[in-house]
Each structure stands twice: as structure tokens, then as C-alpha cells.
Design a protein around this ligand. Structure first.
Ligand code: ARG
Length: 460
């Protein structure tokens, strides 16, 4: 209270304190300060170039803004809730520092195009960060794949053992999830990186602004083409949060597998100690809390997505104050995704497959049954018939407590004459894996080639 509002001209009474509390955003939008100042500096340079500000006025404003940025960086800036938001806190401080000429900063601009610009600059910066983190995670999967090329494991469908696969193949499946995530963020950048400055409150401005000039100074690829859309569009915020939600969904799937794999029952993986926690009562416990929390935090990012879509759905053109509510979900989604990517990259870098245990499980669950059916089919038996024969063999094995690989040629022949000596060598995990020699298949040759292709594409 007590601070005269920058917009206070037409008001007789001061703002109700609870309303100030309710409407302020500076407590969270202050993180936009560096982008707000960058936008203002570009705006002032343009105003000067257009002869709207005198060179000495522009110079004083820019010097003042840079000093304010320093105050903020050094933690010396006093943020005031009664000044509502980051924009007015900075503008008010500018006027305090350099006098009435500071009031010229806002010429030909509104907070509506200003905030849209700030958020776009912020999102662009954050996406660049997320892209780096996604790359680090992808390379961690690539390294796992490369360093453990001989490791075999059961592949699953319905969480039932299905067919043996290479552990490297499984790792590269995750590589692709995070590659698509990066592609999505890259694509979103095209829509983020457009300058709304010059749209002013909603209709454009009567000043002869050079919008393209400001856009260039700020590294935007171009300018928005409809002022009304420009001040009310937050599609890029929703899209960014969606991309974050998708990354979290992928991380959550990874987490689910790591939680399962680190159980006694699976015993497929050793997670680095530094990423697990103990129990306050059970001394033997090593819990995969980081993976569990990643799975849990996915929920909040989904919440952020639902929040932004709901905020936007009822808005008439153009700017409405509801739009201020875009920031917390956006910040939360990006903060959550960044820390989740960081910590999960470290986990993937540090985890160790337990090759013996995986190998042992790889042939369980009649995982070679498809290979036997394919064998019969290649001998001319229609696949459906072969499928039935092998089904009967599996039932026989279950009855006798045997595995497929335990059967003698004589036993097999009871089910079909087509079985010959060569079936015995085929019934091995490695044989099965290496027979899947199609592009995208799990054969060692294919996975090796894939690793090389990815290394080239990632330039590592
Ligand atoms: N803090 C506001 C927001 O985040 C800035 C724009 C305010 N504009 C206005 N017309 N009240 O949306």
C-alpha cells in the first residue's frame, strides 16, 4: 500500500489490500525480469531510431534499465506487491532512478504486448535449456546401448515374457521417445519465436514503430500479423506445457520400468546408491525414490496442462486478466521437467544391468516359441498350423515341467514330422535375437548399425 499506481490517474480511492494480494503476480513473474528488460531496451532503441525518442533520452533510459538489471541480479532490488507485476516494478524503479524521462519508456507499448513478448523470450530460453537436457539423456541411453551390446534380456508384451531382445535395443527405444520430444520442442519454437511487440493494447499503435527492427534485435524470426491475436494468444504456452507433459510421461514410463527392474523379483538392474534412499525402519532397504517421484511429478505437469487449457477456453478476444494465470503452470511445468531430466540422466548414466539375471530370464516363459513356429512355417507348414503345434508343445512342457530347450528331437517329432536336427541349434536366445535382422529389429547387426547412425546424427 501507499505506492501511487502507474495507472492511478483516474482513481480516487486506493486499491483494497486484499485485492492487491489477489491480483499481484510479481511474487512469481519477477523471474521474467531479464527478458522484460531486454524487451524494453530493444523497444527504446527502436523508438530512438524512429525519432520518437531523442538519443540522450534513449541513452538515459537504457543505462537506467541496465542498472536495474544489476540490482536484480545482485538481489538488491526491492520488489513491491502493490506494484502488481514485474513490468510495473521495473518501470516505477526506472522513473525513481532517472526521473520523468523514464516515463517515456512505455511509449507505443502496452503491458499486453509487453508481457506476451516477455513470456515468448522466456519460453524460448527455457526450450533451449530443455533441448540440452534432452540430448544429455538421449546420449545416456546411447552409452548404455553401446557399452552393453552383448547383454540379452526378455522383451515383454502385457508385462509377460514375449521374445528375447538385446538390452541395447530396449535402451534405444527410450532414445527415440526423447528424440521425438526434442523434435516437438523444436517445432514449437517456430511458433514461440515471433514478436508481438507493437501490437500495443490490442489494436496496434499510432506511433510509427518499426516492429521488424525490434524483432531482429530480440532474435525473433518475424512479427505477429494480427495485433488482437498477438496479445491474447497463449497457444505457445499450452504447447510448451504439453511438450513437458509428454516428456514427463516418457520419464514416468522409464521410472516404472526402473522401479520394477530394481525389485528382487526382476533383479535386472542396479541403480546407483546415490540415487536411492533407505528406510528409517528396515535396514536392508534401498528404495528407488527418484524414479517414484518422477512418476509422481508427472501428475502435477498433467495438472499444469489441464490448467492452461481451462484458463484459455472461455476467453473472448483480446487480453483478459485471466491470462496472468498462464505463468504458474508454465513455470511449474518447465521447472519440473528440467529437474526431472537432470536427475534421470544421472540415473541412466549410472545404472548397471545385471547381465546374468537378465540372460537367465530371457529364455523363460517359452520366449523362443515364436522362433519354433517360424521354423515350422519356413518348412512349409502354414503359420496358423505351426502356431497350433507349438501351442501344444508348450502345453506338453508345462505338464512335464520342462522348457522348450530341454526337449529332444524325438519329443519334438511327436508333434510334427517337419522337425529336424537344425531346430536344436535354433532354440537359443542369441539365435532368436540375431534372426530378427530387419531394420529396426533386435539383431545385433541391426542394433550396432543403429548405434552408429545415431552417433552420426547426434554428432558424437
Ligand atoms: N501481469 C499481467 C499478466 O501477466 C501483465 C499484463 C497486464 N495487463 C493489463 N491490461 N492489466 O498478464
Amino acid at each position: 500500500m501507499g505506492e501511487k499506481k502507474l495507472w492511478g490517474g483516474r482513481f480516487k480511492e486506493s486499491t483494497n489490500e486484499l485485492v492487491e494480494e489477489f491480483t499481484e503476480s510479481v511474487s512469481y513473474d519477477k523471474r521474467l525480469a531479464p527478458f522484460d528488460i531486454a524487451g524494453s531496451v530493444a523497444h527504446v532503441k527502436m523508438l530512438e531510431k524512429q525519432g520518437i525518442l531523442k538519443p540522450e533520452e534513449a541513452e538515459r533510459i537504457i543505462t537506467g534499465l541496465n542498472k536495474i538489471l544489476k540490482e536484480i541480479e545482485e538481489g538488491k532490488f526491492r520488489w513491491k506487491k502493490e506494484l502488481e507485476d514485474v513490468h510495473m516494478n521495473i518501470e516505477k524503479r526506472l522513473i525513481e532512478k532517472i526521473g520523468p524521462v523514464g516515463g517515456k519508456l512505455h511509449t507505443g507499448r502496452s503491458r499486453n504486448d509487453q508481457v506476451a513478448t516477455d513470456v515468448r523470450l522466456y519460453v524460448r530460453h527455457e526450450i533451449e535449456e530443455v533441448l540440452k537436457l534432452l540430448k544429455r539423456l538421449r546420449l545416456a541411453f546411447l552409452k548404455q546401448a553401446e557399452e552393453n551390446l552383448g547383454v540379452v534380456m526378455p522383451g515383454y508384451t502385457h508385462l509377460q515374457i514375449a521374445q528375447p531382445v538385446l538390452y541395447s535395443h530396449h535402451m534405444l527405444a527410450y532414445y527415440w521417445m526423447f528424440k521425438r520430444d526434442a523434435d516437438r520442442f523444436q517445432d514449437t519454437l517456430k511458433r514461440v519465436n515471433v514478436s508481438p511487440l507493437g501490437s500495443a493494447a490490442l489494436a496496434g499503435t499510432s506511433y510509427p514503430l518499426d516492429r521488424e527492427f525490434t524483432a531482429r534485435l530480440l532474435g525473433f524470426d518475424g512479427v505477429t500479423r494480427n495485433s488482437m491475436d498477438a496479445v491474447s494468444d497463449r497457444d505457445f504456452v499450452a504447447e510448451t506445457i504439453f511438450n513437458c507433459a509428454m516428456v514427463m510421461m516418457h520419464l514416468s514410463r522409464l521410472s516404472e520400468e526402473l522401479v520394477l527392474w530394481s525389485t528382487e523379483e526382476f533383479g535386472f538392474i542396479n541403480l546407483p546408491d546415490a540415487f536411492c534412499t533407505g528406510s528409517s525402519i528396515m535396514p536392508q532397504k534401498k528404495n528407488p525414490d527418484v524414479s517414484e517421484l518422477t512418476r509422481g511429478k508427472t501428475g502435477r505437469v498433467y495438472g499444469d496442462l489441464v490448467a492452461i487449457l481451462t484458463i484459455l477456453k472461455g476467453l473472448p478476444l483480446t487480453y483478459n486478466r485471466d491470462l496472468q494465470e498462464d505463468k504458474e503452470p508454465l513455470f511449474d511445468a518447465l521447472d519440473t521437467v528440467k529437474i526431472s531430466l537432470k536427475v534421470n540422466a544421472l540415473i541412466v548414466e549410472g545404472m548397471k544391468p545385471k547381465a546374468d539375471r537378465m540372460r537367465q530370464q530371457a529364455s523363460k516363459g517359452f520366449s523362443l516359441a515364436t522362433d519354433v513356429a517360424d521354423y515350422l512355417a519356413k518348412k512349409g507348414i502354414p503359420f496358423r498350423e505351426a502356431h497350433r503345434v507349438v501351442g501344444e508343445i508348450v502345453a506338453y512342457c508345462l505338464d512335464k515341467g520342462k522348457g522348450l530347450e530341454d526337449l529332444s528331437l524325438e519329443e519334438l517329432k511327436q508333434f510334427s514330422d517337419a522337425f529336424e536336427e537344425d531346430v536344436l541349434s535354433l532354440m537359443s536366445v542369441e539365435g532368436s535375437i540375431n534372426s530378427r535382422n530387419v531394420i529396426g529389429g533386435t539383431a545385433t547387426e541391426q542394433v550396432k548399425a543403429e548405434i552408429e547412425r545415431i552417433k552420426e546424427e547426434e554428432e558424437v
